[in-house]
Design a protein around this ligand. Structure first.
Ligand SMILES: Nc1nc2c(ncn2[C@@H]2O[C@H](COP(=O)(O)OP(=O)(O)OP(=O)(O)O)[C@@H](O)[C@H]2O)c(=O)[nH]1
Ligand SMILES: [Mg+2]
Length: 251
């Protein structure tokens, strides 16, 4: 019987240089969490490394294998479904495998989830920041945040961050099968849905570090797809077709 209440979803594609260190740091945290690796048949053997962890720690490490690279958004959804329905998680987190999101912030994020429904590991609140990032990356992030604040009315300072915690009721309220972005813009779409449903969103400062090992998976195509997502959501906002609820008190 599994008695863990927090699961961290880690989508991976060619993260063999990072996965072992990441999983061992996650399992050593002072808070008890489980890990769900969602691997897209990485050619570098990341999926097999994850299987070895699952064999050693079957209660704490779970692996979802998908046949090929199918995008970050759908990887999160596969992880959400497993965490919600199979593992009955009370809190579900997402983070990148490349140490841009340092596991040391997880205890603070879990602590804030007692007062907020969604917690973001945020570069843009006091105490947060970016380290070793190129100016191009910083500009892309700041511009994206600016655009989604203006066009979608998102209030979180770091609305594009992938380091997040959702309480169970939040994800259960979102029609996951209706999410149309399969890639990085999934993060914006999900946050838009959370805010519209009145869930309270908090932010914990983090220092985001550029990946040290492995290679980037973000492409120009992803950036174009993200622009299209924002446009579609903007139209939805104008039409008022997304349900809107007043702020829900935290119980
Ligand atoms: N399962 C799965 N994971 C993915 C996919 N694309 C990216 N990832 C993972 O998602 C996380 C974020 O991807 P990154 O390549 O780090 O994207 P980024 O942080 O925008 O770019 P860099 O850090 O500059 O490389 C990493 O853990 C990737 O391995 C995908 O299609 N499927
Ligand atoms: Mg990264």
């Amino acid at each position: 019987m599994n008695n863990l209440s927090t699961f961290v979803i880690v989508p991976t594609y060619n993260e063999a240089d990072n996965l072992n260190d990441l999983v061992s740091q996650l399992l050593e945290l002072p808070v008890s969490i489980g890990v769900i690796v969602v691997d897209d048949n990485s050619p570098d053997g990341t999926g097999e490394m994850a299987d070895q962890w699952a064999a050693k720690q079957p209660d704490r490490v779970h692996v979802i294998h998908r046949p090929g690279k199918m995008g970050l958004g759908t990887a999160y959804i596969a992880g959400f479904k497993k965490a919600l329905h199979e593992l009955k998680a009370a809190r579900i987190m997402t983070m990148d495998a490349d140490f841009s999101h340092n596991p040391r912030y997880i205890p603070d994020m879990i602590a804030l989830s007692r007062q907020k429904h969604v917690v973001i590991g945020s570069r843009y609140v006091s105490g947060g920041g970016s380290l070793h990032c190129s100016w191009k990356r910083i500009m892309l992030s700041k511009m994206s945040n600016f655009v989604v604040h203006i066009l979608l009315g998102l209030k979180a300072k770091d609305a594009t961050a992938g380091f997040r915690l959702y309480r169970r009721e939040v994800l259960a309220s979102i029609p996951l099968e209706q999410i149309f972005s399969s890639g990085y813009s999934f993060l914006v779409e999900t946050l838009f849905m959370c805010q519209r449903r009145g869930w309270q969103i908090g932010e914990v400062p983090i220092i985001f570090e550029d990946r040290r090992k492995g290679t980037t998976k973000i492409s120009r195509n992803e950036v174009l797809k993200a622009q299209y997502t924002v446009f579609r959501l903007f139209v939805r906002r104008l039409r008022g077709s997304e349900p809107r609820r007043p702020v829900v008190p935290v119980s």
